[in-house]
Design a protein around this ligand. Structure first.
Ligand SMILES: *[C@@H]1O[C@H](CO)[C@@H](O)[C@H](O)[C@H]1NC(C)=O
Ligand SMILES: *[C@@H]1O[C@H](CO)[C@@H](O)[C@H](O)[C@H]1NC(C)=O
Length: 408
């Protein structure tokens, strides 16, 4: 079974060069869903090929703005072949007025990040004295000017690095995760971006987790959140994350989500090499790929067969190429993502952070940009994922590929 999966993946890689279509689809927004596909206003498939841009750490400012002008970053996102950004935000940005009204300068000052202030002053002077929420909007609008779609991702509540089981942000009822406040925040965010055409979707909450997580509360609050977002902004895709760090949506199999609207629901899943510990290093990579891919089908991949789009909203590797576990996982991931022709968002755009987990200027080896945000970190990595940036299948260009669907 496992070896069958691996050999079909291998076959697909050999086929890659012949099935890539390099035409950039001219899409008309808003997006909606048609069975498992995300489609534009004309009903043509739009494949989300996104990159995650972080704006949920303590400064609550999109990373990198002290290094490069936002317009340059947006243009680089486009030249790297991405058509969309999953743009993270902490709930308190929109529910805590004293945070939301801080200016960018004040936010860095309170953290003692004076070098970042100087950098922003020279690279993005227009945002240095505006409020954090206005700075967030400015980035969305800069992406819009460059035809980059945006998915607003509520990453956590309290600004900071994510995630652990004990950070108080994991599940409804945790210290910083009040369900009512979350609904209020989602409603405000959906309202704020109503009419902003390039905002095509909202990820309702990143990586649910921790000892409080349970299926009943998942339905109770996710359905409520979905309705709140849809009534405040009916144009956005409503994107729902699973349990256990967004690795598990198996419960949907027997209990569909009940919503008053249709054509807007998308599920998201996360999949990293480290999700399986060191399995890729210690095991035979073909066997591990077979086992892990089968497990992924059981936990989330089955959704495409049930007629829902599945958005792999986080995957990624150490781009120095030195992490063997990551390298082996990436081979497997690329095969599965191509075979199922999934929508996805790479982790991450970020070359370096202002401040992450107490470290100033942390270099992000999972980032497609280098430390100074001026060049790609590893062009051979971009080449590899470029195969996934165009649709293989879709309503009008259906190609029969060896299928994981028949394996159970
Ligand atoms: C609101 O934000 C301010 C500034 O970051 C912080 O000091 C305060 O604790 C926050 N309040 C709540 C209720 O989270
Ligand atoms: C880019 O990735 C490749 C493949 O993983 C690796 O061999 C190479 O050393 C990396 N280059 C840089 C500059 O990190």
């Amino acid at each position: 079974m496992g070896s069958f999966i691996s050999s079909s993946i291998l076959l697909l890689f050999l086929l890659f060069p012949t099935i890539i279509q390099h035409s950039k689809p001219a899409m008309s927004l808003p997006l909606s869903t048609n069975s498992r596909w995300i489609v534009d206003k004309e009903g043509r498939r739009v494949k989300l090929a996104c990159v995650n841009w972080v704006s949920h750490l303590e400064p609550v400012v999109a990373e990198g703005l002290s290094k490069q002008p936002m317009d340059m970053i947006a243009k680089r996102i486009v030249t790297m072949g991405f058509n969309c950004v999953r743009f993270t935000w902490p709930l308190f940005l929109i529910t805590n007025d004293s945070l939301a009204s801080l200016t960018v300068r004040q936010s860095f000052q309170r953290l003692g990040l004076l070098e970042s202030i100087a950098g922003i002053q020279s690279n993005n002077p227009s945002i240095i004295d505006v409020s954090l929420i206005k700075a967030y909007q400015a980035v969305v609008s800069s992406l819009g000017k460059n035809d980059v779609m945006v998915i607003l991702d509520n990453h956590l509540s309290k600004p900071g690095w994510c995630c652990s089981n004990f950070d108080g942000n994991g599940f409804f009822g945790d210290q910083y995760f009040d369900p009512d406040l979350w609904i209020t925040g989602l409603t405000r965010m959906a309202t704020l971006f109503n009419g902003v055409t390039n905002v095509v979707g909202m990820s309702l909450r990143n990586e649910l987790r921790g000892h409080k997580q349970n299926v009943n509360d998942w339905y109770r609050y996710m359905q409520k959140g979905a309705e709140a977002v849809h009534s405040a902004n009916p144009d956005v895709l409503v994107i729902l994350s699973g349990l256990s760090y967004d690795s598990d949506l198996s419960f949907i199999q027997n209990r569909p989500v009940q919503l008053s609207f249709s054509g807007k629901l998308v599920f998201e899943v996360h999949w990293y090499g480290f999700s399986d510990g060191q399995a890729w290093v210690t095991g035979n990579p073909n066997q591990v790929c077979g086992r892990v891919a089968k497990d992924m089908m059981r936990r989330s991949g089955f959704l495409v067969d049930q007629g829902y789009p599945l958005f792999v909203s986080e995957y990624g590797v150490d781009q120095r190429g030195t992490n063997v576990n990551d390298n082996r996982y990436l081979n497997c991931f690329l095969g599965v993502a191509a075979e199922l022709d999934l929508d996805w968002a790479l982790w991450t755009l970020v070359g370096s952070y202002y401040l992450r987990e107490g470290v100033i200027g942390l270099n992000e080896y999972y980032g497609v940009l280098n430390y100074n945000w001026c060049e790609t970190r590893n062009s051979s990595f971009i080449k590899r994922i470029s195969a996934l940036q165009s649709p293989f299948r879709g309503k009008q260009t259906y190609i029969n590929l060896p299928s994981l669907h028949t394996i159970s």
